[in-house]
Design a protein around this ligand. Structure first.
Ligand code: SF4
Length: 638
């Protein structure tokens, strides 16, 4: 491993016996870079497949990548991985966070942190350069996230960064989050893994800056990223003028629409991305200042530590159940006739986080709750829930067919993959409707498809042609990106407002990595690392019993119910052959078409087409011989 870009060590802590140790990053970085790749290999090595998500033997793995700690690149993101309680059956899963906590961990001297075991009483970790301490957190247990973080910062100083859980994770709600002191939350129920270990918070600080092999080249690349990304997100997404202001993550090149606002009392809270939508439309019928209620909802979710990507469709499902007479106020103890009010969101979040009454049922996930309520309640899931991890139906695969492969092969909503084609479609839609500032035409989209998705066929959203290849290319690149780790809102640089054909540069990621490590790697080499990491994750999921072809499945309704609308595209318009505008309203994913798509995809991946299992040849070609040997012993290799 290069001496550049990495801190060199991965800290391991066993909360059962209080022991600490470290692993050399070199054992993981060469083949798996960092981020998702490093976490997946640590998980493969350390967590037996039968381990339960809330068992002490499950490992909470926090990792940075080689880009973390270098500013100007939108590369200071970091990941948390573990077996997750969010889906049934439980599975290895992941969360990607922004803010500064990851860089602070690296500045403390660690590329990653592995926490296993279970403390006898509530604790927090204090990691400050060479000081690693497990400290008593009894007085913090039961505290909401904001209060716990503020108390720790008041005690330890503003220079530290704090990751904390709230009551939902302490009470093992299956979709509980963890929250950084600047509002980034980690989803997929991984907060409850932290709660199961009685780990209230992790505090990081340090001053060990990583070095780049070629700082001058890196600086030029950062400047180039800034030029290419100029005004990418101009006029996108909601805002509250006069109330919100930009609040980029640490080390971001230019920011996106990540904002914050000041609430009563002076503390600032987040306002960005999907959380904004958790309670955005419905309060409008109740309040003059409905935006205050929407902001309250985001705050409550973060305060208790509840995943907004689960809460948004959960609220929609409760509303449908109430309207259809499936749930009543007297059965649930919830003011269902006042969905949209402040009173409702306060009651709902508290009941779930503290597992009071009907909230205890909801804390097990919406799909589970619907199964307990009855068949009509289950039928109503399809309007809002897209994954078996209870996540929101925003980027529907009936609209963007390639997304079907992402949802089918991942344990949770793989937002960094579904964004790629969906954002491209969204940009084209704005252009096709003559929206001011829209720039991505159909001709541009074809060039993008040729450069990034394997061919122009991927720009025709009305057929299955070219979609398996596009899926493989997007996934391999996404896994490399998730291991560097570069932010999804700026990377990959696919479309550019101010460039010929509005087409971006697929070589930027590999050039950034080369400048940091001093080891030259090209785009193909980096994508091959992404493919290796993706295959490793496939092996983890197979070893947990997920199944090959039969495990690659979608929610049944996507095959059975016609598409009606999608939040950003109510008429479901897409570019068809030669740019003709067609609507996918009424479309389903026919099962025979889907199985054919999977077959083509398995072939491209070098897996056995019949079973969807990896082959010895392909895994060895990807330098995963050790993984192949393990799968072979379990009859999961072809
Ligand atoms: S683009 Fe937005 S989310 Fe990404 S690192 Fe920058 S501020 Fe954070």
């Amino acid at each position: 491993m290069t001496e550049f870009g990495y801190a060199g060590k991965i800290l391991t802590i066993d909360l059962s016996d209080g022991s600490t140790a470290s692993l050399p990053s070199v054992d993981y970085a060469d083949r798996f870079l960092g981020g998702r790749g490093m976490a997946a290999k640590l998980y493969w090595d350390l967590v037996p497949p039968q381990t339960g998500a809330l068992d002490p033997d499950n490992c909470l793995i926090c990792v940075t990548g080689p880009v973390a700690g270098f500013t100007g690149l939108a590369g200071c993101r970091w990941q948390i991985c573990a077996k997750s309680p969010a889906m049934d059956p439980e599975a290895f899963s992941y969360a990607n966070l922004g803010d500064r906590w990851g860089s602070w961990l690296k500045y403390a001297g660690y590329d990653g942190l592995v926490v296993r075991g279970k403390a006898a009483k509530p604790v927090y970790l204090f990691i400050n350069n060479d000081i690693v301490e497990i400290r008593d957190a009894s007085s913090l247990w039961g505290q909401p996230t904001f209060e716990a973080a503020d108390r720790l910062k008041a005690e330890l100083g503003k220079a530290v960064s704090v990751l904390t859980i709230g009551p939902a994770a302490e009470n093992l709600v299956c979709f509980a989050t963890m929250l950084t002191d600047d509002g980034s939350s980690g989803a997929s129920g991984l907060g409850s893994v932290m709660g199961s270990k009685r780990l209230k918070a992790i505090v990081a600080a340090g001053n060990k800056r990583p070095r780049a092999a070629d700082p001058e080249r890196l600086s030029h690349l950062a400047q180039r990223v800034l030029e290419l990304r100029k005004d990418t997100w101009k006029n996108w997404f909601v805002d509250i003028p006069g109330r919100t202001r930009l609040r980029p993550c640490y080390g971001c090149v230019s920011g996106c629409f990540r904002k914050s606002y000041q609430a009563e009392g002076g503390r600032r809270f987040k306002f960005f991305c999907q959380p904004v939508h958790v309670y955005w439309e419905i309060p409008q019928k109740y309040h003059d200042d409905w935006q205050a209620v929407s902001l309250l909802a985001i705050r409550l979710c973060d305060r208790y530590g509840l995943d907004t990507t689960v809460m948004q469709p959960l609220i929609a499902w409760l509303s449908s159940c109430y309207q259809e007479g499936v749930l009543r106020e007297e059965d649930t103890g919830l003011p269902l006739s006042r969905i949209g009010s402040a009173e409702f969101i306060e009651e709902l979040t508290r009941k779930i986080a503290l597992r009071e009454g009907f909230g205890d049922l909801l804390a097990r996930g919406t799909i589970n709750a619907a199964a307990r309520v009855g068949s009509k309640a289950q039928q109503l899931l399809s309007a809002s829930i897209l994954t078996r991890a209870n996540e929101t139906r925003d980027y529907d695969p009936r609209l963007v067919l390639t997304n079907a492969l992402f949802y089918a092969t991942e344990p949770r909503r793989p937002i960094n993959q579904v964004h790629e084609l969906t954002h491209a479609l969204w940009m084209w839609l704005n252009w096709s409707q003559g929206q001011e500032d829209a720039f991505l035409s159909y001709d541009d989209l074809r060039v993008v498809a040729e450069n990034f998705w394997g061919g122009a066929a991927a720009a025709d959203f009305s057929t299955y042609e070219g979609k398996a290849l596009a899926a493989k290319k997007i996934q391999d690149r996404a896994y490399a990106k998730e291991s560097l780790i570069l932010c999804d809102f700026l990377w990959p640089i696919i479309w550019v407002r101010f460039a010929e054909n509005h087409t971006g540069d697929p070589t930027m990621e590999s050039r950034v990595l080369s400048a940091i490590t001093g080891k030259e790697i090209d785009q193909a080499g980096l994508n091959k690392i992404g493919e290796r990491i993706y295959n490793l994750q496939r092996a983890i999921l197979l070893r947990q019993g997920r199944g090959g072809r039969q495990g690659d499945r979608l929610m049944d309704y996507l095959h059975e119910e016609p598409l009606q609308d999608v939040f950003f595209n109510p008429e479901c318009l897409v570019p068809g052959q030669d740019g003709e505008i067609v609507s996918r309203q009424g479309a389903k994913i026919e099962r025979t078409d889907f199985e054919k798509l999977k077959s083509e995809y398995y072939q491209l991946r070098g897996w056995e087409v019949k079973s969807g299992l990896p082959t010895d040849t392909r895994l060895r070609d990807l330098e995963l011989g050790d993984v192949a040997a393990d799968l072979k012993a379990r009859d999961l290799l072809r």
